[in-house]
Design a protein around this ligand. Structure first.
Ligand SMILES: Cc1cc2nc3c(=O)[nH]c(=O)nc-3n(C[C@H](O)[C@H](O)[C@H](O)COP(=O)(O)O)c2cc1C
Length: 193
């Protein structure tokens, strides 16, 4: 079974609810693990945790998550992203599958920009980005209710994530697992055109 690591930051717990829903979706077809970045692991502005770096290096897919803060990822997530530069120079995550999720308190609170940052982070690492292929407004269950195809964009202003956003997150976990299964577990040689 493919291995998937969901790594995210959450201060008040709503991004964590999305991470758990993604975990549950991925669990149907893969072996996921979930990791919440803590402020205490950030030293001089850089995330440090050798164990989690090793796990990420081994994963078939990595799903990034952050709340939307001031129209972008939180500083805690950015400390993780910046510290991943060491992996970037080694192309350690090249050809892994990547996806992302975020939440804001507004329906359109610039969540898209956070997802854009997460997808550019994946591109910097040479990862293969997996979006949400549910057409907003055309799903029987109403998933992808904010109409964002780049990743899961959610909204909450009372600490409880909207049930439909949780369903969208569950779907993304399943989709990443399906794609990881399809790709098999043979690593793609990095210099293959
Ligand atoms: C410093 C800060 C900046 C925020 N900026 C935005 C924003 O730009 N857009 C938005 O919709 N919500 C914004 N919010 C609201 C959070 O994204 C929202 O409360 C989210 O659910 C928090 O995620 P968490 O529960 O995982 O910590 C901001 C909250 C904080 C604390």
């Amino acid at each position: 079974m493919p291995s998937i690591v969901i790594i995210y930051h959450s201060a008040s717990g709503t991004t964590a609810q999305l991470a758990d829903a993604i975990f549950a979706g991925a669990q149907e077809l893969a072996t996921p693990s979930v990791y919440r970045i803590s402020g205490t692991e950030i030293i001089a502005g850089r995330f440090k945790n050798e164990e989690i770096w090793a796990q990420l290096d081994q994963a078939d897919a990595i799903i990034f998550g952050s709340p939307t803060y001031m129209g972008g990822p939180s500083a805690q997530f950015k400390a993780f992203a910046d510290a991943s530069g060491e992996r970037w120079s080694q192309r350690a995550w090249a050809n892994k599958i990547a996806a992302g999720f975020t939440i804001g308190s507004n329906l359109n609170g610039d969540q898209f920009n956070t997802l854009l940052s997460l997808s550019v982070l994946a591109a910097q690492h040479g990862m293969l980005w997996c979006g949400v292929d549910i057409p907003g407004g055309y799903d029987e269950q109403g998933r992808n209710r904010l109409g964002t195809q780049l990743g899961v964009a959610a909204q909450s202003n009372d600490g409880q994530v909207n049930a439909i956003d949780l369903m969208t997150a569950h779907y993304l976990g399943m989709r990443v697992a399906q794609i990881a299964l399809k790709m098999g577990n043979k690593p793609i040689p990095k210099d293959t055109p």
